[in-house]
Design a protein around this ligand. Structure first.
Ligand code: UD1
Length: 421
């Protein structure tokens, strides 16, 4: 088990760069299967989810090597269409390898995917979308077996704008004969980035970033070099770190336009936020104010991946904040740990009511999932004394050396490994 030890009470300040988005990089790595040409993904964050994705791609027969900060991939010798069980279980994003495998090989076999423990996270929409493209799907012994030999373009209507299902269908349809239109598609900026990458490979996709995506199937795709967009959740987390410590600083290489819901919430809490073309500066007030009501929803709404961090901020803000988690049904596990640190939070179903306290105190807590872990680190930054966040390997899934990124802003955070757990 890895642990982060956080020294509380230091006001953060300074400048730092934001890494490229995990949620853009993972589907782009999956898209490398679509071609026998070479795919280079620039400035890939060294996070555990990426390492797992590369391991899965390698077992499928894809070459994947690090070249400084870039990843070079070649799926010229792609041979396998069955996702390795143990690996796929560690990574939810393995599910959107189904789309590219079907596109290129017309076959795929997967087990139910893993990932963070944040609710049921079914894959019915993925399967429904692929079925609409003519993929025959059956379940056998815990495996989902997909036959895409009769795949074709079609209309896909989603009841809910799932990010992963939208990406999966997009990646399957780029090489399916005929035209596909996805209605009620997710509008996350990472989907627009995937479209940009696929189109550079010779794909014909338009509309990503809106709720209707049109895909004209092509016969083959070629190699590409692509630099994914900045990580808006990492950026939001770093801004939250400045805010919770009463600090002031600037993030470089970020995409503020995609962060408006988060920036608006930080402003409501009393932060002064100044947006440049690809930078964001923040100055926190002496004491944060409660936000009245915040609800997570699909993009461009407030992102569920920033919910836990906002709850940490609300814990020490003046007044009462009400937060509703609408995207995942079981994503308030961090509340019990924030309470151990002195936060006053009551949860009823998906709603958390937070009465801001003057101070949190350091405690030994545990990261239930990636973002919950980040929230506990934030709480530790402003708490009195020392906080130890256990299971920091969950944080490493999505943050590239968070301890160093925060350290660059003046925080004292160190990582330790407990070999016995
Ligand atoms: C992606 C992000 C994740 C983020 C989430 C919501 C990646 C790698 N991950 O996850 O960080 O938290 O979007 O913004 O990009 N659902 C179904 N059936 C399905 C698929 C989803 O019911 O087939 C439900 C889920 O249980 C959840 C909601 O839809 O309640 C949103 O899920 P979805 O948008 O698919 O999220 P992910 O793609 O898993």
């Amino acid at each position: 088990m890895r642990m982060l030890r956080v020294e509380g009470g230091r006001r953060l300040s300074g400048e730092t760069r934001v890494s490229r988005a995990k949620n853009a990089v993972l589907p782009i790595l999956a898209a490398s299967l679509l071609t026998d040409g070479e795919v280079t993904v620039k400035d890939v964050p060294r996070i555990d989810d990426v390492a797992h994705m590369l391991d899965i791609l390698r077992t499928l027969g894809c070459d994947a090597v690090w070249d400084q900060g870039d990843v070079r991939l070649s799926a010229a010798n792609l041979r396998d269409t069955a996702l390795p069980d143990a690996l796929a279980k560690t990574l939810r994003s393995s599910i959107f390898l189904m789309g590219p495998l079907l596109a290129r090989m017309r076959r795929a076999a997967v087990t139910y995917p893993g990932g963070c423990e944040i609710g049921l996270r079914p894959i019915d929409l993925h399967l429904q979308g692929l079925r609409a493209l003519g993929v025959a799907i059956r379940e056998e012994g815990g495996l989902i077996l997909c036959d895409g030999s009769r795949m074709h373009g079609s209309n896909v209507h989603f009841d809910y704008p799932s990010v992963g299902a939208t990406e999966n269908v997009m990646l399957a349809a780029v090489l399916a004969p005929g035209d596909t239109t996805i209605y009620n598609a997710a509008r996350e900026p990472e989907i627009a980035d995937l479209q940009a990458c696929v189109n550079k490979m010779g794909g014909r996709v338009r509309g990503a970033g809106t709720s209707t995506i049109e895909i004209e199937g092509v016969a083959a795709l070629h190699g590409v070099c692509h630099r994914p967009i900045p990580d808006r959740i990492v950026a939001g987390t770093l801004l939250a770190a400045l805010a919770i410590t009463g600090g002031e600083g600037r993030l470089l290489e970020t995409a503020p336009r995609e962060m408006s819901a988060v920036l608006e919430a930080l402003r409501e809490m009393g932060c002064r936020v100044h947006v440049g073309r690809d930078s964001v500066a923040l100055r926190a007030p002496e004491r944060l104010r409660a936000f009245r009501s915040l609800q997570t929803s699909p993009h461009p709404g407030f992102p569920t991946d920033m919910q836990a961090q906002m709850l940490a901020l609300a814990s020490i803000a003046q007044g009462t904040s009400v937060l509703t988690e609408n995207v995942f049904e079981n994503r308030l596990n961090h509340v019990q740990d924030l309470r151990r640190m002195g936060a006053d939070i009551v949860v009823s179903g998906r709603v958390a009511v937070v009465r801001g306290v003057e101070k949190l105190s350091g405690a030994r807590v545990s990261a239930h999932d990636l973002r919950a872990g980040a929230a506990l680190v934030l709480a530790g930054l402003c708490a009195q004394g020392e906080t130890v966040v256990e299971h920091a390997e969950r944080i490493d899934r999505g943050y590239e050396r968070l301890e160093e990124q925060l350290g660059a802003l003046g925080a004292l955070v160190s990582k330790e490994t407990d070999e016995t757990v």
